[in-house]
Design a protein around this ligand. Sequence first.
Ligand code: GTR
Length: 441
Amino acid sequence: MKRDAWILIAWLCASMLFAQREVNYDEDKVPSYVLPELLQLQNGEKVTSVEQWEKQRRPEIMELFASEVYGRTPTDRIKVTHETITKNPNALKGKATAWQVRFTFSSGSEDETREAILLLYIPNKRKEKVPVFVGYNYNGNHSITHDITVLYPPTLHLVKELGSPEWERGNQTRRWPLEMIIDRGYAIVTMCYHDIFPDNPRMKGRSVIPLFTVYSANNTAANEGTGLSSTGTTGHDSNQSASDEWQAIGAWAWGSSRIVDYLETREEIDSDKIAIMGHSRQGKAALWAGAQDERFKVVISNNSGCGGAALFRREFGETIDIINNAFPHWFCGNFKKYNKREPSLPVDQHQLIALIAPRKAYVASAEEDQWADPKGEFLAAYHAGPVYRLYGLSAIDSETMPELHAPIMGDIGYHIRAGKHDVTDYDWKQYLDFADKHFKK
Ligand code: GTR
């Protein structure tokens, strides 16, 4: 082998070792930290009433998450149309009716559009309007079922090479126990998250973001998706946008609200009983969606980790610096100021969960998912408590983590299960129980 190749290999090994060293999995090395106050205004005044929380403190915290972490969701509305493509009254062995609906998003001038395909299952056995779970899938609607009539997402080719495992029908069925959800009397609705923002640093130009007037035109060229040759880039930030411009997580959260807009048009659905469930990066987006859109009455983050439920200040597992380098397109530009500077971030994730109050929040961890910092996920749920108590609701009582498989089901829910980073039937059973409890089924 040539000398240069050896140097390259040595450099790669050294940088991998270095990267590994930077990840802390040792509880003793968690720095001591002080969490930003929940119930204290920026002017130092204490918050003692729901009114003060809602009118003053909550907007302050919301503003900080928008400007410093996820970017601002535009307030302008773009045109969204819905077209039913298929209706299958015999889905899931006749237990449900499946609908596929094409969403077309258009810019003000309507010269630019994006398409997304929604897949909605509604239980056939129902006496009244049904509650619903909203959740994005990672690999496409075709991946959650073996039903050959379910369409591929229009965007998958932008991020996944044809023939890669994501293209295989049914490759994610184990994460989507559709029959179990339908049997419990819930509708379930999903969409491929790539349809809203194809998950790649160079794909912002292909996302819904350029459809908005606030999108700065000067970043079109830098971010324009040019096909598969540009995928897989890490540590690359070609983002020229305003430092508080929304990025992928903001767009995914926005997209889930557009799903709610559609659900509100469906007479079979009880729009007062809408739950959102997101796994991992979608757990991050679900919390941000739940914070912003009060139509989500139950908000569930499954193994959401850094930028989701986990407290940043523990610097355990994935950190701000690591996530910003690996996924430069997820958070806003300002968030990069906090790389390796967690204590200077003006918010932490207990505050994100608190923004959901008085609606119900559930955080779930997996024992082997140390990258996501289960303890940090638990502690954020715990420290959101004061806002729930302000509303007279229940919160998590003890700072000690519960045992495995001992779910807490108050107004804030939490569980940790055995096993890896994933969504399992066990997780879904808890979410259904939690939703039953709060939707009084
Ligand atoms: C990881 C990332 C996590 C989590 C996860 C996922 O690579 O570091 O923050 O989002 O991906 O979404 O599966």
